[in-house]
Each structure stands twice: as C-alpha cells, then as structure tokens.
Write a protein that binds this ligand. Structure first.
Ligand code: FES
Length: 176
C-alpha cells in the first residue's frame, strides 16, 4: 500500500510548520495526523512523515518509537490500554486485564481476529485515584473498572455506540 497524505492533511501540516521557527517540532503533530489517517505509523508512514517534513527518517523513527502512543504496527479499531502500574495493580488491574483476555479471546498485546480490539498492558496513565482504569485508543479513560463496566464498554464499542465516559475531576488547589 502506498501511503499518501490528503490535501487537508498537507494543509494542516503547512499550518503547523508556520507556527515554529524550525520544522523539527512539527514531527509530533505530523505523526498524529499520520496515525489518524492510516491507523498506525509503521516505517512506511514514518518515511512519508520524514519526506513531507524534509527531515531524516532516523529522526522521525526516533520520535515515533519513543512514545508508546504512536502505533508502530497495525492495531485493532479500538485499542484498550489497561494500566497495571502500582495503584491499578493494587486495585485489581491484573484481574481486569485477565478478564479482558478471556472476554476477547486474546492475550495481552494481541488483536482480535475481527480487528475490533487490541489489548495492551501499560504503565501509569496518571489517573491513579481512579484505579483500576484503562484508556481507549489514546483518548477516553474508563475508571474504577469492574467486570460489569468492562462488559458495558465492550458492548458499546462492538455496537458502534459511543460509551458513556465519565469525566475525571482533578483535585482543586486552594490558595493559602
Ligand atoms: S497506577 Fe494506574 S493510572 Fe496510575
């Protein structure tokens, strides 16, 4: 498959380039644009980003491989990142991961045969107060997970519905 940006993508990239005195900082958002377009940033896509920005492939590869949020291989339509770091682990993060493995019939790191779900185990996502939690495709968090909540989430995603994601309330700092 030959990967090409659309005219809209290129326009967006040009706009980003105009914001910075040099092109390197555009690597991150350009990789996002690419991932949103193709669903991943495999080496061929990294090359496209490098060529489009006029940067060495090694630079784009270095950025893409540094962040787990960039998918270096094809993933399912929905990527479920289950946190198993300390707080989530203590609150049953591994039980949730095992529950999902059983429910989806895959092991962690795998994608379901129908291409709907990829299951990952990840490090702390900064929502420890809501443990155990998971993130859906680099976007919404699902907190205080229980098997029932997992069932509801999977059903919604399978049915093409938008799950009811809860809003996270960050602690307010009072002036002293
Ligand atoms: S330990 Fe899971 S979000 Fe921090």
């Amino acid at each position: 498959m030959a990967y090409e940006f659309t005219k809209e993508d290129l326009k967006e990239i040009e706009k980003l380039k105009a914001r910075y005195p040099e092109v390197k900082p555009v690597t991150l958002p350009a990789l996002w644009i690419a991932q949103n377009r193709f669903g991943h940033v495999k080496p061929e896509v990294q090359k496209l980003v490098a060529d489009t920005l006029g940067l060495p492939e090694a630079h784009v590869h270095g950025v893409a491989t540094f962040y787990t949020q960039y998918y270096k291989e094809e993933k399912g339509k929905h990527v479920l990142d289950v946190c198993t770091c300390l707080s989530c682990q203590l609150c049953g993060g591994y039980d949730i991961l095992e529950y999902l493995e059983e429910k989806l019939g895959i092991k962690t790191g795998q994608t379901t045969e129908d291409g709907m779900f990829t299951l990952n185990q990840v490090e702390c996502l900064g929502a420890c107060g809501y443990a155990p939690m998971l993130q859906v495709t680099n976007d919404n968090y699902v907190n205080n997970l229980t098997p029932e909540k997992v069932d509801k989430l999977i059903d919604s995603l399978k049915n093409g519905e938008k799950p009811e994601y809860e809003k996270i309330r960050m602690p307010q700092h009072k002036n002293t």
